[in-house]
Design a protein around this ligand. Sequence first.
Ligand code: GLA
Length: 781
Amino acid sequence: MALSAAILVAGSLTVNAFSNPTPAQAMVPPGGYGATAPPMGWNSWFFYGANISAKNIADQAAGMATPNSNLPVNASGTHKSLADLGYRDVGIDDGWGPNNGAGRDANGTFTTKTGFLTGAQTKAVTLSNGTVVAARALNSMKDLTDYIHELGLKAGMYTDTGARGCGGMSGSGDHEAKDLTTFADWGFDYLKLDHCGGTPTKYSTVMADYKDWGSLAANAKTSAGVAHPIALDMCQWGAGSPDGPWVWGGAAGRTWRTGHDLSGNVGWGTTSNGGSTWVNFAQVTGNFDLNDHPSNQATGQYNDPDYLMIGPGFGNDPATGKQQTHGTDTTTLWGLTPDEQQSYFGMWAVQGAPLVLASDLTNLTAASAGIVGNQSVIAVAQDSANHQGQKVLDNGKVQVWSKQLATAGTRAVLLLNRSTTSQTYSFTTQSLGLNGTATVQNLYTGAGLGTLSSTGSKSFTLAPHQSVLLKLTGATEQKPDTVIVPTATGLSEKIWNSSTWSAWQNVSLGTAGSTGPGSIKGEPAVVSSAGGVDVFVRGADDGLWTNTYKNGAWGSWLNLPGMVLTASPTAASMGRDRIDVFVRGTNGQVYQRTFQQTPGADDKPAYWYDVKWTTSSVALGGPSTPTGSGTIVGAPTAVASLNRIDLFARGTDNALWQKSYVSGEWTGWTKRGGTLSSSPTAVSGHPGQIEVFAALSPTGNIGQLSWTATGGWSSTWYDLGRAGTGAPTASQVGDRINVYIRATDNTLWQWYRIGTGPTGTWQQLDSTTKLTGNPAAAAHP
Ligand code: GLA
């Protein structure tokens, strides 16, 4: 049924369009480097360790900006430099300051260590565009950043949140504003903020510390008062479960490390470690796994798995165990074989990770230039949609990671052999979750590989630790939608695969209180995450029960003790790695329980790392609800999108209320109005959009209230023109919004809308199956 006119359901409706929560905004300073794509560049740590001087930083900057005969040529036939390929950040790491709190002058201003600034001359560089950058003497930090800027590059500084840094040099501690002014005076563009010295006592959390730095850095000024915003790269190694930096980092800076250091060895540029292996492939894949937070990555906010030890730097000869000559780029470098180096770069590219080299840029040779200078692979890492690739297949040996690219119908697909034996692997578009036919290109070699379809497979034989990065053009994504309904025989699931519905697949509800919930009170909650489709229900015993539908089958029921439920639960997944469940307790308030995936182990419900119950309830308050009542009517509903969860509930005044968890912090409750006669349900297809549906008084018809980040809340509830029994449920698949209801004859009906506006269509999905409760729906990610 098409609705041409929106109907204002409640005359007294008050919708506040000005108190909308805004989506988490990345704290990259306006125009700041890293605002539109993940940073690329070089960092001093693995190559030099703490033994750095302004001179060797300047020499690496020169290496980055100097045209290299091993890199591709530009339009005028001149070889490009690494800078021309996008590598622009020149990052100083630990070791520029004096040790142990002795790093400040009488005014409390940071000083450099003895020997850092020696007056040494930089190299003169002729850039690929013919511009000549003259040599200069390095007598101050400003001399160094001026040189870096003249080379067309950005200069990065380093400090620590604590009073002491990781390598012993002084950190910032309580001198945040003072040090940012110093770094602005010195001309730095971005800052790596380490965490070895811990959090100053004035901050209650690590998050509060980094957020404070983020806003100070974005608003930094020189001591003369000139605005000089500084981008922030956070380095606290992903600590803080369940709220790791991927949840709140976007509200503090542009990148955050998600794991530990890739290698404990440092300093090849200045010392020898006697020929032991620098880094191994398990460390590389380990950090790749820890960096798997695709739901938290977006433009201006990037997960960071650490630096790229690819190219000249450290190499040990596998035959003799001896270190190779500095600068010779034969095969095994930093302890990695050529296949491992290539896979390392492919993994970072498919994750859209920062590409920050750790190698010696003054010696970039053919083999390493072939990897880090591959413009097609760099384009995957820097793709403007800024999606992080997701794991779509894993057979225990070969993994397939897929990254949706900005151009419609294109994606990068990494096939990675993580095993130590050769593997032959075949796949079709269908096994990658795609419909139709795709043309395929090997991005490592540039070779076209013909087409891939749902029936015509492709096969690759991959040597141990080898990978291939493919570009697929033409296939479309299958985005299945799941609807789960309580019936007389249990809980039944039906899946829409973009063209047809599956048959019902049923799971029995078991024996109350022992093998299952027995029966379901109210409606189930369903959420789709890496582990499959997870369903949560309130059992006959008022306990919370869960089951997972995965690989075409239901699992066993599991009881999640600790709460007596007085309404149906709701669940939301902020990412593949996390599920939050909200319930109404005996006191009528909302309680939250968080489940967190063990890093790297995707296939894991039943039931993850469990963060126990916390109350997220505060008094509802507000004009029509006496302050302090603090209770909700019926079941809450939660919806997650980039770095936020929005929780909606029907207040005791029957109005819709909202409370939001944004970048690691809860807001209070805000009234959104309406006169509800059922619990609400909410759906979000992408960040910056939420739709709420509920039955409305006095008709009982389903109503819809919409929010966009740009337009705020719609001023009216739209009447969808049909009443159901109890609460509706909704899902969003791309631009298609589906609302499901248990109709008054107990059959399942769907309303759907493609695009925007209130116009939609109702259809009965099944005329025979009778629902014994309200449905629940979820779109697969
Ligand atoms: C920590 C960081 C590294 C590096 C060192 C310097 O270990 O994780 O990246 O900055 O400190 O001491």
